[in-house]
Design a protein around this ligand. Structure first.
Ligand code: FPP
Length: 283
């Protein structure tokens, strides 16, 4: 029996997004896009508003971008919504506002997620979030678990260094548990491979991001998916997150498709020297 493919939802793209989509090569769309949503505070500051308004507007952008991603059938979209550092270093009032906003967002958007066939998932130290937030998160994940389109993963209370340390520990413990008896420490270390670590990360079930987008012009990775983005293309836009829409997602994909991904190899790059280079080498 041939697999049942979901009908295309491209016709649901608004005209401006469709015009951009037509410029893309449908065969080379990224499978996983990860976004560092930055600039909410500055967006609000420019308008002499409190930072909270920026976050509120940022939540609107999340929904626009998720819907465009689902219409173009992007399998994986991961959004950096709240870092471990945000949790530790921002005023308590802002952290509690973000937690309330997350709950409001989830409760208010689960129906739209289902209408768009979007499944909600999370990565991060979720168990450290307030109980009522965890309950709403769990509820939203359950309500959307049956969907088969885009998986929207929210990185919450997330930090990549901590994730890697946890992954190495659990990978070593797994290798030790798989032995018939005690294993010498040296032997344990030599058995550890990159694959073991990848399989122990929060993201073990998803492909590594092809494209990382950061808004607001900052040239930083900010402890986001450090292991997973080893070969991702990076796209930075000056636009603040509250102004980011589906069109900007498609512009980032267009830029991504103009890059040559070499994964450390030579790709289509020049593999033989020019006459001038040979002469310079001979001198
Ligand atoms: C960075 O802007 C953004 C955050 C720390 C939080 C991201 C949260 C949202 C986009 C809204 C809620 C999310 C969901 C999933 C409902 P910033 O405050 O660091 O901006 P700044 O650098 O201009 O101060």
């Amino acid at each position: 029996m041939s697999p049942v493919t979901a009908p295309s939802r491209l016709h649901e793209l608004p005209a401006d997004e469709m015009a951009l989509y037509r410029q893309l090569d449908p065969e080379r769309l990224p499978k996983h896009i990860a976004i560092i949503m930055d600039g909410n505070g500055r967006w609000a500051g420019l308008r002499r508003l409190q930072r909270f308004f920026g976050h509120q507007q940022g939540a609107e952008s999340v929904q626009y971008v998720v819907e465009t991603a689902s219409r173009i059938d992007l399998p994986w979209l991961t959004l950096y919504a709240f870092s471990l550092e945000n949790n530790l270093r921002r005023p308590v009032t802002e952290v509690s506002f973000l937690m309330r906003l997350l709950r409001t967002y989830l409760v208010g958007n689960v129906k739209r997620m289902n209408d768009n066939n979007v499944r909600i998932a999370y990565v991060g130290r979720i168990a450290e979030l307030p109980r009522e937030v965890q309950e709403t998160m769990q509820w939203a994940a359950e309500q959307t678990a049956h969907n088969t389109g885009t998986t929207l993963t929210l990185a919450l209370n997330y930090g990549a260094r901590g994730e890697i340390v946890d992954a190495v520990r659990s990978a070593l413990a797994k290798i030790a548990a798989e032995q018939d008896g005690p294993i010498p420490f040296e032997a344990l270390l030599t058995q550890l491979t990159e694959e073991h670590v990848s399989q122990a990360l929060y993201t073990a079930h998803m492909p590594d991001p092809d494209l990382v987008i950061r808004t607001s012009g900052e040239m930083r990775i900010s402890n986001f998916l450090l292991w997973q983005i080893a070969y991702s293309e990076i796209y930075v836009t000056e636009r603040f997150w509250p102004d980011f829409r589906g069109t900007h997602l498609l512009e980032a994909i267009r830029e991504y498709q103009s890059r040559e991904r070499r994964f450390g190899g030579l790709g289509n790059a020049q593999t033989t020297n020019t006459v001038e280079q040979e002469q310079a080498l001979a001198q």
